[in-house]
Design a protein around this ligand. Sequence first.
Ligand code: MN
Length: 325
Amino acid sequence: MICRTRTVNVVGVPLDLGVAKLGVDMGPTALRYAGIFEALTFAGLSFVDAGDLPVANNFALDRLPAPERQAAKRAEIARVSENLGGHVFAAASRGELPLTFGGDHSTSIGAIAGVAKARGRLGLIWIDAHADSNTPETSPSGNIHGMPLAVSLGHGYPELVSCLGFSPKVRPEDVAIVGAKDVDPGELAFLKSQGVALYSTFDLDRLGLARVLDEAVSRVTAETDAVYVSFDADVMDARIAPGTGITTRGGLSYREIACLCATLGERVELAGLDVIEVNPLMDKRNQTAELCVELAMSLLGVKWTDYERKYLRANRPEEEAIEED
Ligand SMILES: [Mn+2]
């Protein structure tokens, strides 16, 4: 939920240097077109549109020879993370709620750094089909978007770990991953050794959403000063959210993710939120971005009453029925 007097500070980060697939840099534009500002206005929340932060062009860096290419991309991700961290820190310090639109998941490195610096000990709920907890030693692909949680815990490339000059940003006992279904063996070993809580899609099925959220919420609120949510669009099933980099079968259904976000929105006052990995090139008629806007509003604690649903329908006159399980 959000304190009604708090201003939402929306910032876009068109960052695609942490992935191999192109298109996720257009995520912030897709989320704006999907009506985030209309939705915030409708909900009676004040907001600032901070625009998009500058990010180097992937094509230009791709023309570099292979050894230099990865180092150049990493250096740019580090620069963007510092810049975003500074922006988010300033917003959070003014009492605003930073809402960061990615971009691939390496965007979260700077966003989490900024909120942690402003708000103190941070609880973190990581909603994602993946654990994003690889280190350079364990990563099968070398892609940075598979590393941001490890980086926030203080493990990985020093230029990323040192974002905003302190580390770690979060402690393992204050972190819960929810919705993971594709975790690498090296990540699993790392998370176990750290003591991070991981709730897979199987846990959601076996234990039920209510129990998983009870445990996750009590964990991230027990000893912390504030709570941050990182939301990766790929946690959802490909049939309802095709517009993301790595689509998965067996991801969360509409009802599961809607219930999860509404429950979190009712129970937790957020210090910051990011919406990540929306890729319009993979999407159908921007449905993934529209769904993410709806879910972001739920996470902010805005209840979708019938009247508010009418608003959504009014903005999607040609909406087709989306196939559910
Ligand atoms: Mn992710």
